[in-house]
Design a protein around this ligand. Structure first.
Ligand code: 13P
Length: 249
């Protein structure tokens, strides 16, 4: 059975002190059940937050990693460093990385491989912009992102990845995809995985939805057969909203 996952992407928010408070509060409120909860913090928070997460179902993640293993890349943080700070997950290919930092499919593919080589689970993001959806190209855009980012992995490596569908027009806008739109795209992604890696692997892949997911709409989104959880931005910044989403399962 594939895992249910709710991951919080704090983005560039929270001082170290505020982040620690939030992590401690969430740690107190998570009770170990069938949902994996991941806190994806800024890099500098990782090792401190790692020390306060004590629940079996609560994990730590980063929001990005370098596309090279080590060396003279000033300002970068490697997958190996992230792992050594206590993280188990790393978000790769968030639309903000693709757009603002011009991360290409081939760069993201390198990051995925470095994550896996360092025992990090990549949460690989894909999603179309509004103009692509309006032009009817959204399905092709998302399939291309998934194929170029992930489809040269071995079946064993692919089985360790998580995918997050985040329509760019829904991120931080308050406008979420409808349950039908989310289900349609998640099914497309799962069918695409089945075509490449076969049904058992496709059925075991967790595909998360992201984009204005809140306590008020999480249940409706998560009841879709192909939606296995969420990647949460704004609503992950307060414990009550975040836990409201976790508890929507
Ligand atoms: P919001 O939940 O703020 O729309 O952000 C979604 C997101 O980008 C998570 O990675």
């Amino acid at each position: 059975m594939r895992k249910k996952i709710v991951a919080g992407n704090w983005k560039m928010n929270k001082t170290l002190q505020d982040g620690m408070e939030l992590a401690k509060t969430i740690n107190r409120q998570v009770y170990d059940n069938n949902v994996i909860v991941v806190l994806c913090t800024p890099f500098i928070h990782l090792s401190d937050v790692a020390k306060v997460l004590s629940k079996d179902s609560l994990f730590l993640g980063a929001q990005n990693c370098a596309s090279e293993a080590s060396g003279a890349f000033t300002g970068e943080v490697s997958a190996e460093m992230i792992r050594s700070a206590g993280a188990d997950y790393v978000i790769i290919g968030h639309s903000e990385r693709r757009t603002y930092f011009k991360e290409s499919d081939s760069i993201l593919n390198k990051k995925v491989k470095l994550s896996l080589a360092n025992n990090l689970i990549p949460i690989f993001c894909c999603g179309e912009v509004l103009a692509e959806r309006q032009a009817g190209k959204h399905i092709q855009v998302v399939k291309d992102q998934v194929e170029k980012g992930l489809f040269d992995l071995s079946p064993e490596d692919f089985s360790r990845t998580v995918i997050a569908y985040e329509p760019v027009w829904a991120i931080g806008t308050g406008v979420n995809a409808t349950a039908e739109q989310a289900q349609e795209m998640h099914k497309v992604i799962r069918d695409c995985i089945a075509g490449k890696y076969g049904n058992p692997i496709a059925e075991n892949t967790s595909i998360l939805y992201g984009g204005s997911c809140k306590p008020s709409n999480a249940k409706e989104l998560f009841t879709n057969p192909d939606v296995d959880g969420g990647l949460i931005g704004g609503a992950s910044l307060t414990a009550s909203d975040f836990m409201g989403i976790v508890n929507a399962f």
